[in-house]
Design a protein around this ligand. Structure first.
Ligand code: HXC
Length: 534
């Protein structure tokens, strides 16, 4: 029967072949055909879905890339690839490009790689084809030593493809990990990002989210309700503010997509393209010897009175401009980038205005991660210290302040970039050691005359040493203790502080130290990798 059918098909096949021959296109037709294919790819999921995307208050993947890159610099790769899925009737719906737009372009004239999930195509879900597109740019970025930016807006693994999609995610995670510390990797979340899909952004250096428009969670509100009976909204669970303030998963939050994309461009300006390059240097028109008299009265005489460390930061950096990272998370420590004398620097500062600048678990983790980032990308570190110590309490102890505080010691100790420390006021106990002390490799340690560097605060010390003394005796001993230890002079006598400076000179002194350490070379012992207390 089959043979008969085959032979009866022969004339039909020959006719078809003849028709195919007739279809050979002229050059003009070929151009039209090409243009048609490109148009189809550029339309993604089609006009209706683009309209829906706009109605949801979101830009399309192409619009995002256009805004993010220097105008006219985007070169798209794999624009015409399609998925290979034949289940669930998928073979009938193929869209050229298949839901991820990938390629390279420039930001401020510097090469970057970029990929953006296109929500208009199957909800931006990750097919094997999409994964391969992302992997292609990841590999190119790594080989050519340039940052890679991923813009997420996706329903997760393409359900119709099953394991092919999951494998794609895992391949992407692997490449994220291999690129970590070699090229800057930046993620933007501009829509949903759920399930295992969250782990690619989480493996990158910085995550940007858009206020009220983006969400990240491993399991969504419905699953949570079913498993734990908790009621939680998408926004409370994994919205931009939640991840910027509570979990610390995200580092920046933009008011809208355009500002978020601009913030990402700006972050790149502080970073080298890869770990073999020096940190960027730019022209500085701000006088490097500029003094600020107001700093002489910034630090309150009363050690219990707060002040805003950001006033000091703004005063000393070029053009008073500070690009803060993770401003809403663990605000008792401040991290961010600035220019000093035209040099890109990373700043870590205790914030006496929040929880007296105490070091707790979140502050330790936030600062440790920032220090490691700067070290990986050759960005000198400036540490401003005013810290009463580690936060006491069972909550902190049981949640592992020992392990987490150790992260900060580890990060500072292994960092080989120039490390400059300034103690403005309190520097007590373990926190003295941890916050980039001379002993863990700081190159220059400065202090204000108002610095108090001691094992513990005067009251605590006197209460332990002279427990049985009466109030009058204690008051006398307290004064002696303050005079002897609540100063920078014992540390200066021991050479642990290199120079005591007048606050108004801070900018000049920090820039001098940065210039002096510009060619610093330190090699840690060879190893596979250290074992940071995770
Ligand atoms: C295939 C998908 C899809 C997916 C959405 N779509 N997610 N197609 N695979 N994962 C399709 C929808 O069917 C729809 O197609 C179109 O995209 C737009 O989706 P809507 O639901 O209409 O949009 P919206 O109302 O904005 O809701 C967006 C959403 C929702 C919240 C993302 O679509 C959703 O919950 N999707 C499923 C999310 C999910 O469970 N993904 C799997 C997670 S597990 P039509 O044709 O109807 O317009 C996972 C594992 C990864 O990702 C593990 C990695 C290690």
């Amino acid at each position: 029967m089959k043979e008969e059918k085959k032979s009866s098909n022969k004339p039909k096949a020959a006719k078809k072949a003849k028709e195919e021959l007739k279809k050979v296109l002229t050059f003009d037709e070929k151009i039209k055909d090409f243009e048609h294919r490109i148009k189809l790819a550029e339309l993604g999921g089609g006009k209706d879905r683009i309209k829906k995307q706009h109605e949801a208050g979101k830009l399309t993947a192409r619009e995002r890339i256009d805004i993010f890159l220097d105008q006219g610099t985007f070169v798209e790769l794999d624009k015409l690839v399609t998925h290979k899925c034949t289940d669930f009737g998928m073979e009938k719906s193929k869209i050229p490009g298949d839901g991820v737009i990938a390629g390279y372009g420039k930001v401020d004239g510097r090469l970057v790689y970029v990929f953006a999930y296109d929500f208009t195509v199957f909800g931006g879900s990750l097919s094997r084809t999409n994964a391969d597109k992302i992997i292609k740019v990841q590999k190119l970025a790594l080989k050519n030593g340039a940052p890679i930016i991923g813009i997420n807006d996706s329903g997760g693994a393409r359900i119709q493809e099953g394991i092919g999609s999951l494998g794609g995610y895992a391949d992407i995670f692997y490449n994220n990990t291999m690129a970590s510390g070699v090229i800057p990797q930046i993620s933007a979340i501009m829509g949903p990002c759920a399930g295992g899909a969250v782990y690619s952004p989480a493996l990158t250096d910085f995550i940007f989210m858009v206020k009220d428009k983006s969400h990240m969670f491993v399991t969504g509100p419905d699953v949570i309700k079913a498993v734990t009976h908790e009621d939680v909204s998408k926004e409370d669970l994994g919205g931009a503010f939640t991840h910027n303030s509570k979990s610390g998963v995200a580092h920046f939050m933009g008011e809208n997509e355009e500002t978020t994309l601009m913030m990402m461009r700006e972050l790149l300006s502080f970073l080298p393209s890869n770990n073999m390059e020096d940190a960027p240097v730019k022209n500085c028109e701000d006088d490097t010897t500029r003094e600020d008299e107001s700093l002489n009265s910034l630090i309150p005489n009363d050690p219990n009175k707060p002040y805003d460390i950001k006033e000091l930061i703004h005063s000393v950096v070029d053009d008073q401009y500070f690009y803060e990272a993770s401003p809403h998370f663990a605000a008792n420590i401040v991290t961010g980038f600035a220019w000093m004398g035209g040099m890109s620097v990373g700043i870590v500062a205790n914030q006496p205005a929040v929880l007296a600048g105490v070091l707790d678990i979140n502050a330790s983790i936030k600062a440790a991660r920032f220090v490691r980032f700067c070290d990986a990308f050759n960005i000198p570190l400036i540490t401003l210290q005013d810290v009463p110590g580690f936060l006491p309490g069972t909550l902190q102890e049981h949640a592992g302040i020992i392990r987490n505080g150790a992260k900060l010691v580890f990060a500072y100790s292994e960092a080989t970039v120039p490390k400059i420390t300034l103690i403005t006021r309190k520097s007590y106990g373990g926190a003295y050691c941890v916050m980039s002390s001379k002993h863990i490799g700081a190159d220059i340690n400065l202090a204000y005359p108002s610095a108090e560097i001691a094992v513990m605060g005067p009251e605590g010390a006197v209460n332990i040493l002279y427990r049985k003394a009466d109030a009058k005796e204690k008051a006398k001993i307290l004064e002696d203790y303050k005079a002897r230890f609540a100063t920078p002079y014992q540390a200066a006598e021991l050479g642990y502080i290199d120079e005591i400076i007048m606050p108004k000179q801070t900018r000049h002194k920090l820039i001098q130290a940065l210039e002096m350490t510009q060619n610093k070379t330190v090699n840690n012992p060879p190893k596979k990798h250290g074992n940071i207390p995770l």
